[in-house]
Design a protein around this ligand. Structure first.
Ligand SMILES: Cc1cc2nc3c(=O)[nH]c(=O)nc-3n(C[C@H](O)[C@H](O)[C@H](O)COP(=O)(O)O)c2cc1C
Length: 192
């Protein structure tokens, strides 16, 4: 039997961003989505603010979010720069995904600098990514500029901000090796 460290290390290394074009049409059951979300709640959090907030978009709700994002792109783009292909591809990504989560944070400016809350949010998203990988669910964090315009559509509260979208779907992609430069180039050891 694999030791805990082998299991953990394999999941960490195996996790890749899997994009909607690779998703199958198989729906992710609600219980599986809940399991992935539950893992987010165990992220570390300074002053226990637990800033991670998620909105699960499925079915008609997902289609509406896709159309809204496409609408924002059209509105924000000068007519001579507008690309119908890009517009169509935004909605298409939502069609290809089984569900899309809004990655939001409830900031507490009176308690903590925003970066600490965004760091906690990213820890929560990584927990979800690893749990998704362990459940053979493909996922990726997307952060288009247009998310800053989604506040009204998502009915975000005061000091709540959207930091991305988490696309999810089952997939049949072959395992891909991570593209990374050696860790030794990113670490300095000081021992004296
Ligand atoms: C905060 C954050 C935002 C990201 N935004 C995007 C994005 O907008 N579009 C995209 O294609 N990938 C996005 N990614 C995924 C990266 O492209 C991906 O993690 C990177 O290529 C490494 O691949 P891997 O996740 O398979 O290891 C984002 C990742 C993070 C952590």
């Amino acid at each position: 039997m694999d030791s805990q460290i082998e299991i953990l290390s394999n999941i960490i290394k195996r996790r890749r961003s899997i994009f909607p074009v690779s998703y199958t049409s198989q729906e992710i059951p609600v219980e599986v989505i809940e399991k992935i979300l539950e893992s987010a709640n165990y992220a570390p959090t300074h002053k226990m603010t637990q800033p991670w907030r998620f909105i699960v978009y499925r079915k008609e709700g997902k289609t509406k979010l896709g159309l809204e994002l496409a609408r924002i792109y059209k509105e924000a783009t000068a007519p001579e720069k507008f690309l119908q292909k890009k517009y169509d591809s935004i909605a298409e990504k939502f069609d290809q995904s089984s569900c899309v989560l809004a990655i939001n944070a409830q900031l507490h400016p009176e308690k903590l600098p925003a970066w600490e809350e965004v760091a906690a949010l990213a820890c929560a998203v990584q927990n979800m990514s690893l749990t998704a990988e362990a459940l053979n669910v493909g996922a990726y964090w997307s952060s288009p500029d247009t998310i800053s315009e989604l506040g009204a559509f998502m009915e975000l509260k005061e000091n709540e901000q959207c930091f991305g979208l988490f696309y999810m779907g089952y997939h049949e992609e072959e395992e891909r090796t991570a593209v990374r430069t050696p860790m030794s180039e990113k670490v300095k050891w000081v021992e004296e």
